[in-house]
Design a protein around this ligand. Structure first.
Ligand SMILES: [Zn+2]
Length: 394
C-alpha cells in the first residue's frame, strides 16, 4: 500500500516549538505547523510523541551488507577490501536482493527515509548488483528514497573496464557517481581517478560521492588527498556537489594542516560524511566533526557497512552511529540530531528537510517526550504516513 500523502498530524512535539502542535501535510509536502490547525484532512493522532524529519543515511552499502566478516578482524582496510572482493565474486542477484532488502527493512523500521547507497561496480561483478539496487529504488519509493551510486571500490585505472561500467550505470539511471580516491597504485593515479570522475559527473549532470582518506594520518599520500579533491572540485565547477566519506586521515594531521584542509573543503562546498562504526573499527578515529563544522564544512554521519569485513556489527539504526560519534568526539545531542536529518539531507541535495512548511513530509514519530531523550533512548520510531487515520478530536 502506498503511504498516504495528505493528512493532519495532531498533538505532536517538534524540536522547534513549545507545547503540542499539529502538522498539515498536502500531497506529500508540509503546508503548516502550529497549535490547533483546522481539520480539513484525515487526522493522525500523534499522542504527544515527538515528530522528526525522517532520518537520513547518506552512506550505506546495501550490496555487501550481511556477509561473513571472516576470521581476521585486525587485518585492516586492504584485507577487508580483498576479503569482500572474494565474497563478491560469488554474489548472485537473488543473494544481493535478499541482503539489501534486509538492510532496507531495518533502516525503515528505525525511521530512516532516505539512503544514499554506493554499489560496487567492477569487471567481476559488472552491473548485476547495481541493477538489483535500481529495482529496489523503485520498489521502496515512498518509504525509503534511494540515491544509487556506482562505486569503483577496486579502482578505475587498476581495474580496466570499470570506467565503461560507471558510464553505463549512469545511463541506466544511477543518481550519483562514486569514486574511491585511494584505490589506484600511487597518489598521481589517485588524483587522475578523482579528476576523471569529476569530469564525467559534470558531463552527465550528477553529483559525486568519494570514499577518501581512510587512514590514521598522512603517511600514505594516497590517503591524504582531501585538499587536492577540494581544489579539483572547484576546477571542475562542482562546488556544493561533492561529498567525501571517511576522511579519517584528518584526525591524524597536525592542527595547521587540518585547519588548511578544513578551510579548503569549506571553500569548495565539499561535504564530509563520517562513518563512526567503520572508522572506529578499522582506523580508531573519525574525521574531527566539531572542527570541520566550525570551519563551515557540512558534515553528517552514516552507518556505512553492516556485518561484513569492514564493520562486523550493526543494526542499521542511524542513532547508533550518532551516539557512537557522540562518545568519540563529544558532539552534543542537538548537533547530532541536526546532522542526522537536516545536514545529511542537504548533502543529498535537499536543503529543506525539516518539520517546516514547504518541506517534503517524510516524517517519523519518535516515542519520546523530546528529541534528545528519543536519541539517548534510541526510542521506537514509526513513519507517520503509515499510521492509521482516526476521527477528528475537535
Ligand atoms: Zn563506504
Amino acid at each position: 500500500m502506498a503511504p498516504r500523502d495528505t493528512y493532519l498530524l495532531t498533538d505532536v512535539r517538534t524540536r522547534h516549538h513549545d507545547g503540542l502542535v499539529d502538522v498539515a501535510v498536502e500531497h506529500g509536502r508540509i503546508t503548516a505547523v502550529g497549535p490547533g490547525l483546522d481539520r480539513r484532512t484525515p487526522a493522525i493522532d500523534g499522542r504527544g510523541q515527538t515528530v522528526l524529519p525522517g532520518l537520513v543515511e547518506p552512506h550505506l552499502h546495501l550490496d555487501k551488507a550481511m556477509l561473513d566478516p571472516g576470521p581476521d578482524p585486525d587485518a585492516g582496510l586492504d584485507a577487508a577490501v580483498a576479503r569482500t572482493a572474494e565474497r563478491k565474486s560469488r554474489f548472485t542477484p537473488d543473494d544481493v536482493r535478499a541482503r539489501a532488502t534486509d538492510v532496507l527493512r531495518r533502516a525503515h523500521a528505525h525511521g530512516t527515509t532516505r539512503v544514499r547507497t554506493p554499489v560496487d561496480v567492477d569487471p567481476a561483478v559488472g552491473l548485476s548488483s547495481l541493477d538489483v539496487v535500481l529495482d529496489l529504488r523503485a520498489e521502496w519509493a515512498g518509504r525509503v528514497e534511494l540515491q544509487v551510486v556506482p562505486f569503483p571500490q577496486e579502482g578505475i585505472a587498476s581495474r580496466p573496464g570499470t570506467r565503461d561500467l560507471l558510464v553505463e550505470a549512469l545511463r541506466r539511471g544511477a543518481d550519483v557517481l562514486g569514486a574511491c580516491s585511494y584505490a589506484e597504485d600511487d597518489a598521481d593515479a589517485c588524483r587522475d581517478h578523482v579528476r576523471d570522475v569529476l569530469d564525467l559527473a559534470q558531463h552527465h549532470g550528477v553529483p559525486v560521492d568519494v570514499h577518501a582518506d581512510f587512514a590514521a594520518g598522512s603517511d600514505d599520500p594516497r590517503h591524504d588527498l582531501a585538499a587536492d579533491i577540494a581544489a579539483m572540485t572547484s576546477a571542475a565547477g562542482m562546488q556544493g556537489r561533492v561529498v567525501l566519506g571517511h576522511a579519517t586521515t584528518l584526525a591524524g594531521l597536525d592542527p595547521d594542516a587540518r585547519g588548511r584542509t578544513a578551510d579548503a573543503l569549506a571553500e569548495a562546498g565539499v561535504g564530509v560524511v563520517v562513518l563512526p562504526p567503520t572508522d572506529l573499527y578499522l582506523v580508531g578515529a573519525s574525521a574531527p566533526v566539531r572542527e570541520l563544522r566550525a570551519a563551515g564544512v557540512r558534515v553528517a554521519y552514516s552507518s556505512n557497512n553492516v556485518r561484513n569485513a569492514f564493520t562486523p556489527f550493526g543494526t542499521v539504526d542511524l542513532l547508533d552511529a550518532a551516539l557512537l560519534l557522540g562518545h568519540m568526539q563529544g558532539v552534543d545531542l542537538d548537533t547530532l540530531l541536526d546532522m542526522g536529518t537536516v545536514d545529511a539531507a542537504a548533502l543529498l541535495g535537499d536543503d529543506h528537510h525539516d518539520v517546516t512548511p514547504g518541506a517534503r513530509a517524510d516524517l517519523v514519530l519518535l516515542d519520546a517526550p523530546d528529541a534528545a531523550t528519543g536519541l539517548l533512548d534510541r526510542a521506537p520510531r514509526t513513519p507517520v504516513a503509515e499510521l492509521p487515520t482516526g476521527a477528528s478530536r475537535r
